[in-house]
Design a protein around this ligand. Sequence first.
Ligand code: NZQ
Ligand code: ZN
Length: 396
Amino acid sequence: MENGIRNFEFQNLTKIVFGKDQIKRIDGLIPQDAKVLILYGGGSVKKFGTFDRVVEALGNREWAEFGGIEANPTYETLIQAVDKIKVEGYDYLLAVGGGSVIDGVKFVAAGAVFDGNPVDMFGSGVGKGLPVTKALPFGTVLTLPATASEMNNNSVVTFVEKQAKISFASPHTYPQFSILEPEATYTLPKRQLANGIIDSFIHVMEAYLTYPIDAKVQDRWAEGLLQTLIEIGPDVVEEDNHDYATRANFMWTATNALNRFISPGVPQDWATHQLGHEMTLAFGIDHARTLSIVLPAMMKVRKQQKWDKLLQYAERVWDIRGDSNLTDEEKIDLAIKKTEDFFASLGAPIRFSDVELDESDIPGLVEALVRHKKENISERGDFTSEDARAVYTAAL
Ligand code: NZQ
Ligand code: ZN
């Protein structure tokens, strides 16, 4: 295929407000006369004082709250927020939490003003996949660096009844602003910190580990993010290490991993994510912990298709250079091993057996992928359900 960055249009509409003690800036970011609905998760933001700081920043504005958005937010919960907005009338939403709350609020913001049944915002066999043409304005206060949902327009929603975990995106679902205080990460347990490093790493890999088209900026930016995550990962997960500089690098790297700055005009994969979503849906495994299992297996099974980029990854990210006396294949295999070791060093699972799954779980996962029309995915659209079976098998 011809070299060169593909034609693209790119616009990211989110204002980032980054640093120490920035929640108070909300006062200048939301219209004074707005009636605000604050949405949050299972209660961490109340426990750690973030909620109170948000309320203080809202000053005299009228506000109400909607809590209880789960990790891997469900349609069944979110539709209750949609109904609340329709009945009580809010004109600005504020998401306070991690990726699940922010994703949930994107759906609520669009669902509250959608013409028709909000389920039809989704495709993949669940709804009609209709375009989202409007949404209520919303901002976010990020408490967990991982998804970059704070600076993109994606939303991943779980349908409990229909047994699906699928996404939608629209130009109308960018947050208007996101507050990023690195100190918000100090209360995260090690497992969530590791999740954040791994999810970010794999967001970069989905946009990078495809085939080369001589997109120098995207490649080197991606390699810089990967190297940053490898460098800071051990410090981020170290117990009681609240070094501000480390956490600031962590937060900003996670945002850059999926705010689309590294992906305009380049081929992208996302098969690892699709295989991971089925594992979360079926077994409730954290999003990032599915990815740390699937990615190394994906690299092994798709070695031929991804050969050139795997070699570039080995050389530039892990510094396995030409003078190492290794064949190209040995360099690639070593890079895959180093990737696995990095994930494992953070405490993440890298095999089915690490999360108590085995061979008997694979047919159900493959069937679900087919049911959700997640076939012919990958950078060339050539990844079939048989490839998925091979990847799951390589991860046993
Ligand atoms: O619910 P609360 O009580 O707030 O606790 C949360 C939750 O239990 C807790 N937490 C968050 N901030 C905290 C904290 N605990 C202590 N201190 C803090 N500062 O962490 C737990 C996990 O939170 P969650 O929001 O679920 O995690 P994450 O940010 O990893 O989001 C995962 C969701 O995002 C989707 C995933 O599929 C999953 O549903 N993704 C969204 C993407 C996007 N919008 O672009 C891309 C990703 O690939 C991903 O698919
Ligand atoms: Zn992810």
